[in-house]
Design a protein around this ligand. Structure first.
Ligand code: GTP
Ligand code: MG
Length: 197
C-alpha cells in the first residue's frame, strides 16, 4: 500500500468524541515504550506524526490519524508502566475498555510486543482480554534491529510456543523495526487485505 496522505485528526479520552466510525480502524496498543508511536511514524513515513519519547508514558490519549482518507490509525497510551499511580491505572482501564467495547469500526488491534523480552504477563493478559471481548488482533513484535536475527528467532519461537499453550489458534504475527522499517510492507499489506474485506 502506498501512503499518499496521513494526518492527525483528534486526541481525546472518550470514545464518544472519536471521529465518526465510518472507516475501518486499526489501533496500536502495548506496554509503555514498546514503540507504538514510532511504528506509526515508520508506517506512514511521517516522522513526528505521532509523538514519541525515550521515557515511558508519552502517549496519554486516544489519538486518531486518517490515512489516505480511507482508514484510521489509532495511537493509544501504553500499559504496564510501573510508576503510574493506582488512579491513573484505573482511568486507563476505563478509557481503553470503553474504546475496545464500543468502537464499532475497530477492524483490528495491533498488540505491540518488545521482541527482546520473554512473554510478559501484562501482554498475555491483555491479549486474553481481547479474546474474551471478541476483538480481532495481531501481534506485532517491535525493535528487532536491537538484537541479532538469531536472537529474535529464538525469542519469537519461544513466544509462539507460550501462545500455543493458551490459544487454540495462533493470532498472526509480524516482526518489525521502526528504525530499519523491516515489517512495514507486511503490516501495511495486512491492513490493505482487511480493508478489502
Ligand atoms: P508510550 O507512548 O510512552 O506508551 O510509548 P510508545 O510505545 O509510543 O513508544 P515510542 O514510539 O515513544 O518509543 C519509545 C522509545 O523506543 C523511543 O526512544 C524510540 O526511539 C525507541 N524505539 C521505538 N521503536 C524502535 C525501533 O524499532 N528500534 C529502535 N532501535 N528504537 C525504537
Ligand atoms: Mg506513544
Amino acid at each position: 500500500m502506498i501512503i499518499r496522505d496521513a494526518r492527525f485528526l483528534t486526541s481525546n479520552t472518550r470514545v464518544e468524541l472519536c471521529p465518526p466510525p465510518d472507516r475501518p480502524e486499526y489501533a496500536f496498543i502495548g506496554r509503555s515504550n514498546v514503540g507504538k508511536s514510532s511504528l506509526i511514524n515508520a508506517l506512514t513515513s511521517r516522522a513526528g506524526l505521532a509523538k514519541t519519547s525515550a521515557s515511558p508514558g508519552k502517549t496519554q490519549l486516544i489519538n486518531h490519524f486518517l490515512i489516505n482518507e480511507q482508514w484510521y490509525l489509532v495511537d493509544l497510551p501504553g500499559y504496564g508502566y510501573a510508576k503510574v499511580s493506582k488512579t491513573a491505572r484505573a482511568e486507563w482501564h476505563k478509557m481503553i475498555n470503553a474504546y475496545l467495547q464500543r468502537r464499532e469500526n475497530l477492524a483490528c488491534v495491533c498488540v505491540l510486543i518488545d521482541s527482546r523480552l520473554p512473554p510478559q504477563a501484562s501482554d498475555l493478559e491483555f491479549m486474553e482480554k481481547l479474546g474474551e471481548m471478541g476483538v480481532p488482533f495481531v501481534m506485532v513484535f517491535t525493535k528487532i534491529d536491537k538484537q541479532s536475527a538469531s536472537q529474535t528467532r529464538t525469542l519469537i519461537t519461544a513466544y509462539l510456543a507460550k501462545m500455543n499453550e493458551i490459544w487454540d489458534e495462533l493470532p498472526r504475527h509480524f516482526l518489525t523495526s521502526a528504525s530499519t522499517k523491516v515489517g512495514r510492507d507486511e503490516l501495511l499489506g495486512f491492513i490493505d487485505e482487511v480493508n478489502q474485506n
